[in-house]
Design a protein around this ligand. Structure first.
Ligand SMILES: NC(=O)C1=CN([C@@H]2O[C@H](COP(=O)(O)OP(=O)(O)OC[C@H]3O[C@@H](n4cnc5c(N)ncnc54)[C@H](O)[C@@H]3O)[C@@H](O)[C@H]2O)C=CC1
Ligand SMILES: O=C([O-])CC(=O)C(=O)O
Length: 332
């Protein structure tokens, strides 16, 4: 029997990530090739005409799985009945800007949209915040939508995770699909810690550790980490626009694995509400290694953390604590 359509909200849908993301969702990349969807697209009035243009193109593309499109500037209409909410709406960083520069504009949006999601989305709606500062926007959304379960509010660090897989794959000249279990710890910012201590590569002789195969700690502790941390800025420098196709694709990976589950023996990175695991302060949205099963994420427990990693986990937590305080000062 055909499945009932799922309503998926994309905010900021007239923007560049939105433009890459909505066709992926309509093609089944996010929820699977047999899952019909109804797209809800929200943007602000100055972008209404462009948003309508995106709607026209979705009609023109005749996606078999796409059972309806709501394109609106009304946040209530956008949020009504959605089971998945991908929050991309906001102002992106431009060349020369620090993430903190986008803070005051964006956290206010997340405070107001929290209430709309809480009141009008489907019960158990899964929320993914993409817009920067992603962790702190997600935290503000959580704080101003107290009836939404903390298990349902996440932010995107899967792009950083995928960037780390990509760097290892290029370095070792192996298919990216054979690399797994990197970890992004902390903030989706340049203090994040891309960690390969537990990462492996599939080889004809079984799984091998990335650290052993690379056999160059100087690269792993230096250039590898900074390349992943600075990749967003490098893309902005090259394109004069921030990452869009890779962000859209990673958002699909995030929701797909959350809803449909992670493969056995594989974890992914998600920004989730800290419960104090790995001595990360509780009450932050922090990126951890997680596995997903039956629509529920669980932080991978018990990984050994060496001294160098400990310092990096703490540094990015400190930045998130500061961002939280700054966000509240912007809102007051
Ligand atoms: N977490 C991650 O890995 C990544 C996050 N980002 C962030 O994603 C966000 C979107 O990036 P782009 O699509 O490149 O930006 P964009 O400027 O092309 O699109 C953003 C869209 O949001 C809309 N918007 C603004 N305020 C809104 C509101 N209150 N409600 C609904 N829509 C609203 C704008 O009109 C625009 O159409 C930025 O904050 C960017 O920094 C970008 C790349 C990666
Ligand atoms: O760096 C930025 O502003 C955009 C972003 O989040 C990324 O590409 O990771």
């Amino acid at each position: 029997m055909a499945k009932e359509p799922v309503r998926v909200l994309v905010t900021g849908a007239a923007g560049q990530i939105g433009y890459a993301l909505v066709p992926m969702i309509a093609r089944g990349v996010m929820l699977g090739p047999d899952q019909p969807v109804i797209l809800h697209m929200l943007d602000i009035p100055p972008a209404a005409e462009a948003l309508n243009g995106v709607k026209m193109e979705l009609v023109d593309a005749a996606f078999p799985l796409l059972k309806g499109v709501v394109a609106t500037t009304d946040v209530v209409e956008a949020c009504t009945g959605v089971s998945i909410a991908v929050m991309v709406g906001g102002f992106p960083r431009k060349e020369g800007m620090e993430r903190k520069d986008v803070m005051s504009k964006n956290v206010a949006i997340y405070k107001s949209q929290a209430s709309a999601l809480e009141s009008y989305a489907a019960a158990n709606c899964k929320v993914l915040v993409v817009a920067n500062p992603a962790n702190t926007n997600a935290l503000i959304l959580k704080e101003f939508a107290p009836s939404i379960s903390v298990k349902n509010i996440t932010c995107l660090t899967r792009l950083d995770h995928n960037r780390a897989l990509g760097q290892v794959s290029e370095r070792l000249n192996v298919p990216v699909s054979d690399v797994k279990n990197v970890i992004i710890w902390g903030n989706h910012s340049s203090t994040q810690y891309p960690d390969v201590n537990h990462a492996t590569v599939k080889t004809p002789a079984g799984e091998k550790s990335v650290r052993e195969l690379v056999a160059n700690d100087e690269w792993l502790h230096g250039e590898f980490i900074t390349t992943v941390q600075q990749r967003g800025a490098a893309i902005i420098k090259a394109r004069k626009l921030s990452s869009a196709l890779s962000a859209a694709s990673s958002a699909c990976d995030h929701i797909r694995d959350w809803v449909l589950g992670t493969p056995e023996g594989t974890w992914v990175s998600m920004g989730v509400y800290s419960d104090g695991s790995y001595n990360v302060p509780a009450g932050l949205i922090y990126s951890f290694p997680v596995t997903c099963c039956n629509g529920i994420w669980t932080i991978v427990q018990g990984l050994p953390i060496d001294d160098l990693s400990r310092k990096k986990l703490d540094l990015t937590a400190e930045e998130l604590t500061e961002e939280k305080a700054l966000a509240y000062s912007c809102l007051s």
